[in-house]
Design a binder for this molecule. Structure first.
Ligand code: ADP
Ligand code: MG
Length: 391
């Protein structure tokens, strides 16, 4: 009897150990899996044969509007080093039937290393007065609500009168069946005339994309989850958006910024030709006491100006990310200020605390400059010194 009991005890212990090993293996696999989750998936709703909703004048079709916004969002995220994928990047459906199309979107989001996803749509409603963006989420994951609430909060800055709160929803195939963190964003109502007029402007589309972008950043920051950023760890991103009315103001902004610069600071500038990148650099140069004229070193790629601190002015318009011959990153390690125009071309070479500036020419000639960085102190100081330009 004793022997049998002993045997059973040994068997039981072996079984318990086995279970424990399996359990720990599962957690290890889970951790490894989570660490590999680094993709932000953007799902522009509809596409191809499926246009979605449209405005009364048929000038704005949901599938086109949400694709434009999605591509802008992709640009912002990629510029910050996030690996971003789209379920579609042109006007196509993913299959011949709506049902199959939705299956494919879900599969893409669920099967890849998706850290989070956003599905972007535009709404329509019989009551034409109804307007405003709204986020919807599946309440099976607490994180879904959090993401939706941050995106709502950031979108609200575009339209403070929009009182639509994030809402849990059922009956939405994609979000109700995905096992990844995500939400569905209705950017507004195609049945509302004023909102349709806004949707027609690139400026408003940019604003919507930027609002969603900031919501995602806030969610990732809150989560302490920066795994999705390439090669960079534990980064919390912060941003300031400025509106610069004239070239003189742009120079002045450069001048103001000098006071908060430190050795080895890197400014990575992106934005179209004539957006004001060099003008800002000129102001910075003046504050550094540089007498020589500063202009874009498009052909020389790099110019050094001696001032209070050396200014390394790079224009990498003609360089590609893969071009390693120039060893440009060495400048970022010297005790000076580096300014890189068209920095996206060398985004893989930029150091961790880079200050990213995106210049956008608005319809009235005003330049919008978005500063984004993990350097919280710099962004805080910028908030103080450039307060008059904040928008
Ligand atoms: P980039 O280096 O981005 O190609 P530049 O700074 O060389 O652009 O040129 C910007 C041009 O736009 C200048 O001719 C400037 O006079 C003009 N401009 C008009 N409005 C503004 C503004 N608000 N801020 C900066 N530049 C402006
Ligand atoms: Mg230039």
């Amino acid at each position: 009897m004793n022997k049998i009991m002993k045997k059973s005890a040994i068997l039981f212990l072996t079984f318990l150990t086995f279970i424990l090993i399996i359990y720990s293996l599962c957690s290890v696999i889970k951790i490894v899996y989570a660490k590999n989750s680094n993709v932000i998936y953007i799902d522009p709703g509809h596409g191809g044969f499926d246009g979605g909703a449209s405005s009364k004048d048929k000038e704005v079709i949901e599938k086109d509007l949400v694709l434009d916004i999605s591509l802008k969002l992709e640009f912002y995220l990629e510029q910050m080093g996030y690996k971003t994928l789209l379920t579609r990047d042109k006007d196509t459906a993913l299959a011949h039937t709506k049902k199959e199309d939705m299956h494919k979107r879900l599969k893409l989001i669920n099967d890849n290393n998706t850290l989070l996803y956003v599905s972007i749509h535009a709404n329509s409603y019989p009551d034409k007065r109804v307007r405003g963006s709204q986020c919807f989420y599946d309440n099976s994951l607490e994180e879904n609500k959090l993401l939706a609430s941050y995106i709502s909060e950031m979108l609200k800055t575009i339209n403070p009168y929009n009182n639509r709160k994030e809402k849990s929803i059922t009956g939405k195939y994609l979000i109700n069946n995905s096992d990844k963190v995500g939400c569905l964003i209705e950017v507004g109502f195609l049945s509302n005339q004023e909102e349709v007029s806004l949707f027609k402007t690139k400026n408003y589309q940019e604003k919507l994309a930027y609002g969603i972008f900031l919501g995602i950043l806030k969610y990732l920051g809150h989560n302490g989850d920066s795994m999705s950023r390439n090669n960079k760890n534990n980064l919390q991103l912060n941003s300031v958006r400025l509106a610069i009315p004239t070239p003189t103001d742009m120079e002045r902004l450069g001048w103001l910024i000098e006071s908060i610069c430190y050795p080895k600071i890197v400014f990575a500038m992106n934005g179209n030709l004539g957006a004001g990148k060099t003008t800002l650099t000129k102001g910075l140069g003046k504050a550094l006491g540089i007498k020589r004229t500063i202009n874009s070193p498009t052909f020389t790629i790099m110019k050094v100006y001696e001032g209070k601190m050396p200014l390394y002015h790079l224009d990498v318009y003609r360089i590609e990310n893969s071009d390693t011959d120039f060893e440009l990153e060495e400048y970022f390690d010297l005790d000076g200020i580096s300014v890189v125009e068209w920095a996206d071309n060398i985004k893989d070479l930029l150091p961790e605390n880079t200050i990213y500036l995106t210049f956008t020419i608005l319809e009235d000639g005003v330049r919008r400059v978005d500063f984004v960085s993990s350097d919280t102190e710099f962004i805080d100081k910028l908030n103080n010194i450039a307060g008059e330009y904040i928008c």
